[in-house]
Design a protein around this ligand. Structure first.
Ligand code: ADP
Ligand code: ADP
Length: 216
């Protein structure tokens, strides 16, 4: 038995925060496409350099390289019982590729929580987001501050603000999301997998709703 969960929702709605919590409580792997790109960038790989040129503009990295990166990640041992996918798929082509990849190891996407919030909330959340340099742990200067300013509670590494969390880039990313990722809402709804979750609640409340949705 495997369990694959896809977290769907606009930039800044709380996918990464919830994926981290769910991965801990379910023992499933947490796969964040954004984190994988940022890791490649930190290591100055060709993929990282290519991805940066799109990320800086708030555009999506092309499907072929993104799909290859996730396929490779899904083949690792820690995904044997499943994974929580955060930020992938983001296009119908990526969703088709995911379906094919999971079928290769007799898996499938089980549930797709679709987390929503109004645009002003997304702007407020991304505007105050701080990310940990070592492993991508997520904070917010007001809503989820670290114990010590600028330092990750979990691994003590430096916290930084992502270049693409500037307001102009976030506005662009929301537009790209509406154009390219919104079709996945219908894609998963018609397959009976979509569960809508109101993301405009405290972190703990969103987690409760998610856990309840995953049990059904
Ligand atoms: P957010 O936290 O706002 O959802 P991510 O960290 O998931 O942002 O993504 C940051 C950037 O990385 C995106 O704007 C895009 O350029 C790139 N990216 C991440 N996931 C994908 C994907 N599945 N397909 C294409 N590009 C992606
Ligand atoms: P995404 O992965 O969807 O882009 P994140 O999980 O990185 O979103 O969250 C974006 C920002 O909002 C982070 O600074 C995070 O600490 C904060 N955040 C996440 N969930 C909530 C929530 N329910 N209420 C308030 N702030 C939140």
């Amino acid at each position: 038995m495997t369990t694959f969960i896809v977290l769907l929702g606009p930039p800044g709605v709380g996918k990464g925060t919830q994926a981290e919590i769910l991965a801990r409580s379910t023992n499933l792997a947490h796969i964040s496409s954004g984190d994988l790109f940022r890791e490649n960038l930190k290591n100055q790989t060709d993929l990282g350099k290519l991805a940066k040129s799109y990320m800086d503009k708030g555009e999506l990295v092309p499907d072929d390289v993104t799909i290859k990166m996730i396929r490779d990640r899904l083949k690792r041992d820690d995904c044997k019982s499943g994974a929580i996918l955060d930020g992938f798929p983001r296009t119908p082509a990526q969703a088709d590729a995911l379906e094919k990849t999971l079928a290769e190891f007799s898996g499938q996407v089980d549930k797709v929580p679709y987390i929503t919030a109004a645009e002003d909330i997304l702007i407020e959340r991304t505007g105050g987001r701080f990310t940990c340099r070592a492993s991508g742990h997520i904070y917010h200067e007001t809503f989820n501050p670290p114990v010590k300013v600028g330092v990750c509670d979990i691994d003590g590494s430096e916290l930084y603000q992502r270049d693409d969390d500037k307001k102009e880039t976030v506005t662009k990313r929301i537009r790209v999301y509406l154009e390219q990722t919104m079709p996945l809402v219908e894609y998963y709804r018609t397959r009976g997998k979509l569960v809508e979750i109101n993301g405009d609640q405290a972190v703990e409340q969103v987690t409760q709703k998610l856990l309840a949705a995953l049990k059904t």
